[in-house]
Design a protein around this ligand. Structure first.
Ligand code: ADP
Ligand code: MG
Length: 467
């Protein structure tokens, strides 16, 4: 799935469509078609989404059997959990909708009060802070410890440190949003009543444009200037938006002069935000600019462990390690993979397996996957079976050669995107039906021979790690 989906999705239809896609890939087709194909999104706000279903029976059935997968899917799409309500379509007596089991309440940590504070801000510009983004579940490693320390300092004394503005920059999915929302949550807990406001620069821009169209620029300015802490995410969206930058410049000065805290994030270093006005950039340099880097292996593993602990789902260590080794650049992808495994395990009640992890990783890391060449696989397989590589292409039907050849074909099919025809051609111009036969043979042998399975798993691992 597109990992930036959450940022692009804003309508209930789009959110639900994304949820349906995830469900489709996690449920068997019959269950999906029966229970989820006939559903539609009706509406959505910050706290909940309402879904229409064909009849009353659906509400209970879905809630009893699929509530956790649905919850996980929504969380995956939005990045945070919201309530799910089901309403019977064309209900002649529309009543209160059926509320799904609240997984947030039943499984999440205690709410820390920020929602209540947030609700206190009566405004059309309301955006919520995700209560799950807190310091306690932010894993600190070499890649982010400086940003973390600065964030903590600001959260303890907003507006009273030299870090104003605090700017966090770094690639996508590396925890910027998490970190700045943690500042908000922490400050709200420490200083209840503080006006903490989080929004993305994109939303800031559309609020601004909207306020121009509706003649409400004064309200818009007043609202943004009333914040004690303004968390503005992804300021690279400001590039080339001259009027919005201008407005932000004034808001910025105002807040800064009044000792209010400003916190920004960017996916690029500030001086590289070419289309940002010089005077804004020079303002930004008044404060502290910190970066977050991609996490190292230990940090990635720690993030996965933390996430497992939170969801009380036991995933074996070797699977977590597999994910941490293979998904290096982006914490969001790492979490996404784990969520998918959890969804599969929860739904099918199957044991989590390395194969499950492998196919999920392969899906996420698709572009890389094709980099493993057929020649690499043939060369390595020949070495393992102690044969010259050209034997794999030769006509010979000697038993040990046939076995090696079939294993190499099987590995090629599982580890690359090549078609059966292409694979056949590489193996001495064989027909695609020969390749099918080879794969079937290997699969059969795998089922009956644990030692062979072990050997093949090791070969797959080796090829994947050394691509
Ligand atoms: P960004 O804003 O940089 O694109 P996010 O803050 O949205 O990234 O992070 C993506 C996901 O990864 C979030 O679910 C976040 O909780 C998680 N995440 C990122 N870094 C960490 C970390 N150091 N510890 C725990 N979770 C993290
Ligand atoms: Mg972000």
């Amino acid at each position: 799935m597109d990992t930036n989906l959450a940022e692009k999705i804003s309508t209930p239809e789009a959110v639900w469509k994304g949820v349906q896609e995830i469900l489709k890939s996690n449920l068997n087709p019959r269950s999906y078609n029966t229970w989820f194909a006939p559903t539609e999104a009706i509406s959505m706000d910050e706290q909940s989404i309402e879904i229409s279903v064909p009849n009353r029976f659906f509400c209970e059935w879905i809630d009893n059997h699929y509530s956790k997968v649905v919850h996980n899917a929504i969380t995956q799409i939005l990045g945070y959990a919201i309530k799910i309500k089901y309403r019977v379509k064309n209900d002649t007596v529309p009543g209160t909708p059926y509320e799904a089991t609240d997984w947030q309440k039943s499984s999440a940590s205690e709410p820390n009060g920020s929602a209540i504070q947030q609700k206190g801000i009566e405004s059309p510009y309301y955006t919520r802070i995700n209560e799950r983004y807190i310091f306690d579940n932010f894993i600190v490693g070499d890649s982010n410890h400086f940003a973390y320390a600065a964030a903590r300092a600001v959260a303890d004394s907003p507006g009273r440190t030299n870090y104003n503005p605090l700017i966090v920059y770094g690639g996508t999915g590396l925890g910027k949003t998490h970190l700045i929302q943690a500042i908000g949550n922490h400050a709200l807990k420490k200083y209840p009543g503080l006006k903490v406001f989080y929004t993305s620069s994109d939303t800031f821009t559309s609020h601004f444009i909207n306020s121009i169209q509706t003649n409400k620029v004064a309200e818009f300015s007043a609202f943004y200037r009333s914040c004690d802490i303004l968390l503005l995410d992804d300021i690279h969206f400001f590039s080339n938006k001259g009027k919005t930058q201008e407005e932000f410049f004034h808001t910025f000065n105002d807040l800064h002069q009044n000792g209010k805290q400003i916190i920004l994030t960017s996916d690029r270093p500030i001086n590289e935000l070419v289309a940002l006005e010089e005077r804004l950039i020079s303002r930004f340099k008044w404060g502290l600019i910190v970066d977050v880097q991609p996490p190292d292996f230990e940090t990635r593993l720690a993030i996965l462990r933390k996430k497992c602990d939170e969801s009380e789902l036991a995933i074996p260590g070797d699977i977590l390690e597999y994910l941490a080794i293979n998904l290096k650049d982006n914490v969001r992808e790492l979490e996404g993979a784990l969520t998918k495994i959890m969804a599969q395990v929860t739904f099918t009640a199957a044991e989590p397996t390395i194969d499950m992890a492998r196919s999920i990783v392969a899906e996420i890391a698709k572009p890389d996957r094709s980099m493993l060449s057929i020649d690499n696989i043939m060369e390595y397989t020949a070495k393992v079976f102690n044969l010259p590589i050209d034997q794999l292409r030769a006509k010979t039907r000697k038993k040990d050669v046939v076995k090696a050849r079939q294993v190499a074909m099987y590995l090629t099919k599982s580890l690359t995107h090549h078609s059966l025809v292409t694979i056949g051609l590489h193996f001495g111009g064989r027909d695609h039906s020969t390749v099918i036969h080879a794969i079937e043979n290997v699969e059969k042998a795998l089922r009956g021979d644990p030692a062979f399975k072990h050997q093949l798993d090791a070969m797959k691992k080796h090829l994947e790690y050394n691509r």
